[in-house]
Structure formats: C-alpha cells, structure tokens
Design a protein around this ligand. Structure first.
Ligand SMILES: [Zn+2]
Length: 198
C-alpha cells in the first residue's frame, strides 16, 4: 500500500467541472446559481498544529477553563459559543485535556450517556425537530463535539448543510439566546452537575 493510500485518486491541481447533480441541487444547499469547485491543493505534511496540540498549557482548558461554561460535572463541560447563532448551538468537551483517540477509558465510557443527556436538554427548549451532533476536531486538539438544534419543520436545514446555513442566516435575538443557553444548563443540572449563569 502506498504511503498515502487515500490521495492517489484525488485530482490535486485540476479544475473540475461542476456536478450535474449532488448537493448543490438538493433543497438543503444554501447556495443557488453557478458555483465553481475549488482546485485541491497539495497535501501539507506534517499538518500545522491544532490549537492546544502542544498540551494542556497551550490549551483553553488551562488558560480559560471557566469561559462560556453553562454546565459541568467535573468530567464533562458544556459551553455556549459566546454569542447568538442562527440556531441553538452548544459544545460538549471533556474537562481533561485529551482527544478522542487518547481519552481514558473511564471517561470514554460515560460519553454515550452524556451525549444523550445533552441532546435531551437541547430538545427540551421546544420548537426543534432534531439535534445535529458534529465532531470534526480539525481546529482544536482538545476533544469537543458540536450540538445544533434544528428548528422544527425547516426541512431545508436538514442534514450536513446546517452549518453552511448558519453562515448566511441571521442570528437569533440576544435575549432568546441567553434564555436558551440558561435553560440547557439547567436541564442538564436537573440530572446532576452544576449549571452556570450565561
Ligand atoms: Zn485542553
């Protein structure tokens, strides 16, 4: 197997023709009209370090552990995004500094319960059809997972394009955002842990 087995079929440096079907033509795509496809760049190796890659001392978990926290139980922490978004959005992180692949087994073992509790807490806001859960991990080395509440009935916001819609739609009113973030923290605290004021 090649040293880079998943690169050989990628058309790096080539201008691709627009697709004749696919996501740009689906109702969930926020963009309409003529789109061009970006040319793929050569791979960057080694990759540049992510935030916190050098360890806890280089990470917000040490520099500003209480920032934007709406709930914590000492093992998991839920944060708001610092300002209103289009939809209710919160981030779940481990308190300890690790990523998923090096997460201690005793922490990883509680993740399923934690994800379920947070989904239920977001759904308890009402008016939401689904909670989208995303984990990318390309920006920060400290394990974190995104939870987006999709407004019920908004069928164009289904699926993978919701973060793209977030980029183009107006944000919710500040008062609504504060009450929603407070309610998520309090809903979690009803099952244990401690809510923090927004
Ligand atoms: Zn960290």
């Amino acid at each position: 197997m090649s040293e880079l087995p998943f690169h050989a079929h990628l058309p790096i440096g080539e201008q691709l023709a627009p697709p004749t079907d696919g996501i740009p033509y689906w109702e969930i795509c926020p963009y309409d009209g003529d789109l061009r496809i970006k040319v793929l760049d050569e791979p960057v190796l080694p990759e540049p370090p992510r935030h916190g890659e050098a360890g806890a001392d280089d990470c917000n978990c040490t520099k500003s552990p209480d920032e934007r926290v709406i709930w914590t139980d000492g093992q998991w922490v839920v944060r708001h995004m610092g300002e209103p978004g289009t939809v209710p959005t919160v981030m779940l992180s481990s308190v300890g500094h690790f990523d998923l692949s090096d997460m201690p087994a005793e922490v990883a073992a509680t993740m399923g319960t934690m994800i379920q509790r947070l989904e239920r807490a977001v759904l308890s806001l009402g008016g939401l059809g689904r909670v989208h859960i995303n984990r990318w991990g390309d920006g920060g080395a400290h394990f974190h997972m995104w939870f987006f509440g999709r407004p019920i009935g908004m069928m164009q916001l289904r699926g993978t394009c919701l973060p793209l819609w977030e980029d183009v739609l107006p944000n919710m009113p500040h008062d609504l955002w504060v009450s929603a973030m407070t309610a998520v923290g309090e809903a979690l605290a009803a099952g244990g842990g401690e809510a923090r004021p927004v």
